[in-house]
Design a protein around this ligand. Structure first.
Ligand SMILES: [Zn+2]
Ligand SMILES: [Zn+2]
Length: 422
């Protein structure tokens, strides 16, 4: 239905609004020449291979590559532009076939009183990104690499980014490992000017219902991005945007909710599958049981061994920061917005195929070639179509996940959650 929406009264040349899948947090492993960019990412992830995967295999028409500050990546982009394989999109970004790549950077900041945290910045065009690289270079050790520490305050970074026409979003905001609210501060405004935050990235271990419990986030749109370190992971979380066309300018309008643009839906991992959903004890080497977690108020120590060395889970961090109960989120979403509070689009909790026990790479390939895209398999195709390839047990599990009838062992301490066979 969404893709049938059009704007009345537009000029003849105006394009209709269309629904577009967008994944705005993808890393680069190396430049085409083999220079490493994100050390932990697959070397096969280059600017070109990401564009190809997004456009041809994933059907993602807006993709944020957040290592474009790296001069080696900029060289790759210039070569692709010169060769005519890509072009600069009019509204900002780099066009490859029907996909546009947004130029982004992920930066790490540490301020007194908190741990290091990541910020995502998107810039309108290559020139602005090159200017951003010049700003970053003297404030960091190695400008070639991804997600490096910037010696600056978050506010100074924010001002400089916005002065170049950029958009700023705190990355994986609740994560104990480099999330602003996860490990640096209790409120965004302790680090950033609230007026200059374009969006908040939820991260893999949280969803809209969880994040809605913090009224401090009411004014910001939520993004669900993959943080992919390999091509297969692209779009494991993504956003459905309503845009006239994929471009930086249209993306900015969508975040501001201008002229009919907006976020139509968030598709995210089931939050219990995320790597930091529950609290982990570094001394016991196991997850703190969830029942115990809710009983102890501040969770300063492991209830099993008393250790203070905990990797605090996103669920518990949200409990600490929330000023609303979890059920309130549902009723609030039905109230008309007073303008200070965004109406939230639906959040679809998904269990990617790779999480189903018994679905190995071979079966996954068969499903993708014989049945449909991953999204179709997870959300649309019938039991009969599935079971013809997977057998009854797995088909039943995929349907159960679709209808939210499955249980999970929650992810914790850096390990993904698991689906349990009921
Ligand atoms: Zn990060
Ligand atoms: Zn312990």
């Amino acid at each position: 239905m969404l893709n049938q929406q059009t704007e009345a009264g537009g000029s003849a040349s105006a394009l209709p609004l269309q629904s577009i899948f967008a994944d705005l947090h993808v890393h680069i492993g190396s430049s085409a020449s083999g220079l490493p960019v994100k050390i932990s990412a697959s070397r096969g992830l280059t600017f070109r291979s990401i564009a190809h995967e997004a456009s041809i295999r994933k059907g993602v028409r807006l993709i944020g590559v957040i290592d474009c500050h790296s001069p080696a990546v900029q060289d790759d982009i210039m070569k692709l532009l010169d060769a005519g394989e890509m072009e600069e999109a009019e509204g900002g970004g780099i066009r490859y076939r029907d996909t546009v790549i947004l130029l982004g950077a992920e930066m790490e900041i540490r301020e007194p009183g908190g741990g290091p945290f990541h910020l995502l910045g998107y810039l309108p065009n290559l020139q602005a990104m090159q200017s951003w690289t010049e700003w970053m270079k003297p404030r960091m050790k190695n400008v070639q690499l991804s997600s490096q520490r910037i010696h600056s305050t978050a506010r100074e970074l924010q001002n400089e980014l916005l002065a170049r026409g950029g958009l700023l979003a705190p990355a994986h905001v609740f994560t104990p490992h480099r999330g602003l609210l996860g490990c640096s501060a209790d409120r965004l405004e302790e680090r950033l000017d609230p007026g200059g935050i374009a969006a908040v990235e939820l991260g893999l271990s949280a969803d809209t219902e969880m994040a809605e419990r913090l009224s401090q986030l009411d004014r910001y749109p939520f993004l669900t991005n993959s943080d992919a370190h390999s091509t297969g992971m692209i779009a494991r979380e993504c956003n459905e945007l309503l845009l006239r066309e994929p471009s930086f300018a249209e993306f900015a309008k969508a975040l501001r909710g201008e002229e009919g643009r907006g976020i139509a839906a968030n598709y995210g991992l089931h939050p219990r599958l995320g790597k930091y959903h529950t609290t982990w004890c570094l001394n016991c080497h196991k997850a703190v049981p969830e029942g115990l977690q809710t009983e102890s108020e501040a969770m300063k120590a492991c209830p099993a061994c008393g250790s203070l060395k905990l990797v605090r889970g996103v669920a518990e961090r949200i409990d600490q920061l929330a000023d609303r109960g979890s059920k309130a989120a549902d009723s609030i979403m039905q109230q008309p917005s007073d303008g200070s509070r965004l109406q939230r689009p639906p959040y679809w909790r998904q269990v990617p195929l790779s999480f189903f026990p018994g679905v190995g790479p071979k079966m996954r390939d068969r499903l993708l070639t014989e049945v449909g895209t991953e999204m179709e398999i997870l959300f649309r195709v019938t039991y009969e179509q599935l079971s013809a390839v997977t057998g009854e047990k797995i088909a039943g599990l995929i349907l159960a996940a679709r209808e939210q009838r499955v249980d999970f062992i929650a992810g914790s301490g850096g390990t993904y959650g698991k689906l349990t066979e009921a």
